[in-house]
Write a protein that binds this ligand. Structure first.
Ligand code: HMG
Ligand code: MG
Length: 298
């Protein structure tokens, strides 16, 4: 059964811009966030408080949040990997955080410099403290479908990571197809695996990268299971610097076009969003890969 409304979790400012070769000036990031807010997006993942040597593109996180005009009613979550990241986020008056785990050993090492089991020891005190401070905490799981080094990832392996994150106190899981290899049948199998383990779709979000052009089909499969939080990035910006072959996320415009056609509420002004992505594409010096952006801006 399809949900009546979907919450779009916009990750462009974080997942999109973390992967840009050239540094995007903080003023451009701020205007991007303002424009996305004006287009009606309810959740804007703004930046990451990770080690700046690891992701120099987002090293300006504190400056960005200091300059941000927070619109009432909009949430501005940030990525936090560890205690130091949480300290920095709290200093910047952050109210919503996301930790980011991996379902595979290789990617945990490459992305967090930790082993699969060690990642929980790093996240546990972060989640407990954040929950104690009244913050919302999302738990990402990367490599939920396939991993460039390990191949196909078993459903049980993903579900067991998800269980541990929920037990820690995360209020939502976002299931990441970091390298975009998932197909709709695999998405159904994973969601059925979570439900069989007693984890309802109301606790789950989906996060598809579009490397193989399957992100929208995969999202539709998840909607049919009742998932009602979907991650996407304006104009299809994105990727992960620590995952080979990760390209942009599902484009928010492509998602909005489909939701509109399905009669599912989303609250986004598609015209303003397309204008924003065209503006951003000019700043980045290359066209948006989104088909809907192309169709509506030519
Ligand atoms: P490490 O090198 O093991 O760090 O990195 P450490 O814990 O050994 O600490 C070393 C030094 O770094 C210390 O300084 C710390 O204070 C400092 P020193 O004492 O030597 O002077 N440090 C920090 N400084 C600022 N902020 C911090 C911080 N932490 C330590 N937060 C670490 C471990 C986890 C920090 C590192 O691996 C890291 O930052 N990784 C982040 C990688 C990343 O951001 N990847 C992209 C996001 S994930 C993604 O895109 C996937 C997703 O979209 C879902 C999907 O698509 O699947 C979410
Ligand atoms: Mg991602």
């Amino acid at each position: 059964e399809l949900p009546a409304a979907v919450t779009i979790w916009e990750v462009g400012p974080r997942d999109g811009l973390q992967n840009e070769k050239q540094a995007v000036p903080v003023e451009v990031k701020l205007e991007f966030l303002d424009r996305l807010a004006d287009a009606g997006l309810p959740v804007l993942e703004a930046t990451s408080f990770v080690r700046p040597e690891w992701v120099p593109q987002l090293a300006d996180a504190a400056e960005l949040l200091a300059g941000l005009k927070r619109v009432p009613g909009i949430r501005y979550p940030v990525l936090v990997p560890n205690a130091k990241g949480l300290d920095r986020a709290l200093e910047s008056q952050v109210r919503d955080i996301a930790i980011f785990a991996s379902a595979t050993e290789t990617f945990t090492r490459r992305n967090l410099n930790r082993g699969l089991d060690e990642q929980f020891a790093m996240f546990d005190p972060v989640v407990r403290r954040a929950v104690g401070e009244g913050l919302s905490v999302r738990g990402y799981i990367s490599m939920c479908f396939g991993d460039p080094w390990e191949g196909a990832v078993p459903v049980e392996q993903v579900v067991s990571v998800g269980k541990r994150l929920l037990e820690m106190g995360c209020d939502q899981l976002s299931l990441g197809d970091t390298i975009g290899v998932a197909t709709p049948g695999h998405v159904s199998a994973l969601l059925r695996g979570f439900v069989a383990a007693g984890i309802g779709v109301d606790r789950l979000a989906v996060h598809f990268h579009d490397t193989y052009g399957q992100a929208l089909s995969n999202t539709f499969a998840a909607l049919r299971h009742g998932v009602s939080t979907v991650d996407s990035s304006a104009g299809g910006l994105g990727g992960c610097p620590y995952a080979k072959s990760a390209t942009g996320n599902l484009a928010t415009e492509d998602l909005v076009w489909m939701l509109e056609g399905l009669g599912i509420k989303h609250g986004v002004d598609l015209g303003k969003l397309v204008e924003t992505s065209v503006w951003m594409a000019e700043r980045l010096g290359r066209p948006s890969p989104s088909r809907v952006v192309k169709a509506l801006s030519s």
